[in-house]
Design a binder for this molecule. Structure first.
Ligand code: GRF
Length: 203
């Protein structure tokens, strides 16, 4: 499976994917890592791993749609069959992403449908939740709203602060994302309706 990854930040989830591939458990070929931030740590990690990279600066585009059209033009040119958003901090235009629905996943640090958007750890703490987690979901036009494929769930400890909670969860994200991408590579997952995921052909 030819996979492209989009990331805006440090890239620890990308690193987990590369490590899983290197360990032999993830049968994918990373054809590109793209970013909207030229200083993203993810770009350096990709370069170190010999993966081609590209950056698009949002300031070079008049509209969000223009940016997204160019983004998908570049991704198409890589030959990617599947896209992974690993900390890509931009909302993607629904029409621009439509051809990729069913072939694009995102990792989000909450137990979706709880806490779409930003500051998920803080919101879980402020709500007094007993549990927190991360979700990998198919990307659709609705922000953090596509069908969930799998989740990692952790217990919130008394005394957890935002940073501790984020850090502890990250270790689980690093297992969850490679695990889901492995299922994708093995063709065990299918998006069969806008809100339904089939596993091994069963919904
Ligand atoms: C992760 O918490 C991920 O769930 C969220 O953005 C963060 C990215 O971290 N979407 P990293 O760049 O992979 O280290």
């Amino acid at each position: 499976l030819r996979v492209a990854v989009l990331a805006s930040g440090r890239g620890s989830n990308l690193q987990a994917l590369i490590a899983a591939r290197d360990a032999g458990g993830l049968p994918v070929d990373f054809v590109a890592v793209g970013s909207d931030k030229k200083d993203a740590g993810a770009l350096q990690l990709a370069k170190d791993a010999g993966i081609p990279t590209f950056t698009l600066n949002p300031k070079d585009f008049a509209t969000r749609r223009d940016f997204d059209v160019e983004l998908f033009r570049q991704l198409d040119a890589t030959g990617a069959q599947m896209l992974v958003l690993a900390g890509f901090m931009r909302i993607i235009d629904g029409e621009a992403l439509a051809p990729w629905v069913g072939r694009m996943i995102n990792i989000h640090p909450s137990l979706l449908p709880k806490y779409r958007g930003l500051h998920t750890h803080r919101r879980a703490l402020e709500a007094g939740d007993a549990e927190h987690g991360a979700s990998v979901h198919y990307v659709t036009a609705e922000l953090d709203g596509g069908p969930v494929i799998a989740q990692a769930r952790i217990v919130i400890q008394p005394g957890d602060d935002e940073a501790q909670l984020a850090q502890r969860l990250l270790g689980f994200e690093h297992q969850l994302l490679p695990a889901v991408l492995t299922l994708m590579a093995e063709q065990r997952l299918t998006l069969i309706a806008p809100d339904r995921v089939a596993f091994n052909g069963k919904a």
